[in-house]
Design a protein around this ligand. Structure first.
Ligand SMILES: NC(=O)c1ccc[n+]([C@@H]2O[C@H](COP(=O)([O-])OP(=O)(O)OC[C@H]3O[C@@H](n4cnc5c(N)ncnc54)[C@H](OP(=O)(O)O)[C@@H]3O)[C@@H](O)[C@H]2O)c1
Length: 278
């Protein structure tokens, strides 16, 4: 039986990895910083741990074969944490990003990218079997970006409306992660995961409007306004600016690994209608 530890189980992707693993035979443990506040399905083993306190990891890793790793913590303890993980387990599946994909959307320098590169280098030299998941932009970002404006009215103000991306459904990222954790995917693989279609940001907002049955007005604002009023980080603004003028990078990896088509953005929006209703 596979014995799997999920680090990041309360997050967007880790939560879906957890729910999908619960339908397999695997024994699942979650590492959480605050077990008191968290709710998990019955049958999940809960262990208190924190990536920034590497000494807390040993008990969480005891008896585990494979780790699903999301790292959004500070980079200070990357070396110490990965050393402990490598001593204890066989395999790690790391949620990274398309660091090596030549498309300009993925090539803007930023601190998160530098941190992911650092983690990958450590993993590659650790002796662990590894799989790097390299998803593009998550479909679920739409909840944070557009839902507040759509719930409040019919006007969406947004920068770089003509920038195309291929939003990937977090459930599909999780489905590939589960294959890798259960050793149904090759070790040493780097999976660039995207949605099935290149869609401009305007097309994505319009899709949500169609799905919720409302006619949304969309107004393009400048990057400065987006930074100031909507607090959009510069890293995203730079990526959208660089993306304009060519279609988004699209792969068929989700379908190849899971054996079924990647979910479309319409699928995602249809399953999240409630979050866009006032
Ligand atoms: N959003 C995108 O479009 C996109 C695209 C490509 C790649 N990515 C990458 O995806 C990753 C984010 O994935 P996500 O959205 O699933 O993350 P998320 O929803 O922000 O969740 C982060 C998880 O990490 C846990 N965590 C935070 N600090 C921790 C610590 N010190 N020790 C242990 N656990 C800790 C959190 O647990 P708590 O409940 O304790 O906070 C939570 O479960 C990032 O690395 C990002 O670069 C994102």
């Amino acid at each position: 039986m596979h014995r799997i530890l999920i680090i990041g189980s309360t997050g967007n992707v880790g939560g879906k990895v957890l729910s999908q693993l619960m339908t397999t035979e695997a024994h699942v443990r979650v590492l959480v910083r605050n077990p008191e506040g968290a709710r998990f399905p019955s049958g999940v083993e809960i262990a208190r741990g924190d990536l920034t306190l590497p000494e807390t990891l040993d008990a969480c890793l005891d008896g585990i074969d494979s780790v699903f790793l999301v790292w959004t913590a500070s980079p200070a303890t990357i070396g110490a944490a990965l050393e402990r993980i490598a001593k204890s387990v066989q395999r790690v599946v790391f949620l990274s990003a398309p660091l090596k994909t030549a498309h300009p959307f993925f090539q803007q320098p930023n601190p998160l990218r530098a941190m992911a590169e650092q983690i990958e280098r450590r993993i590659e030299t650790s002796g662990l079997e590894w799989t790097f998941l390299r998803p593009g932009i998550f479909a679920g970002n739409a909840r944070h970006w557009w839902a507040p404006q759509i719930r409040a009215g019919n006007l969406v103000r947004w920068p770089y409306l003509s920038a195309p991306t291929a939003p990937v459904d977090e459930r599909d990222i999780a489905a590939v992660a589960v294959r890798a954790l259960c050793k149904e995917a090759t070790a040493g693989a780097e999976y660039v995961l995207t949605g099935p279609q290149s869609l401009t940001q305007l097309e994505q907002v319009s899709t949500i409007g169609r799905v919720i049955g409302r006619s949304l007005q969309v107004e393009e604002i400048s990057p400065e306004e987006a930074r100031r009023e909507l607090r959009i980080p510069t890293v995203l603004l730079d990526a959208w600016a660089a993306a304009i003028g060519q279609p988004a990078f699209v792969t068929s990896t989700v379908a190849e690994i899971t054996g079924r088509p990647a979910r479309t953005f319409v699928d995602w929006a249809t399953d999240h209608i409630a979050e866009f209703r006032a």
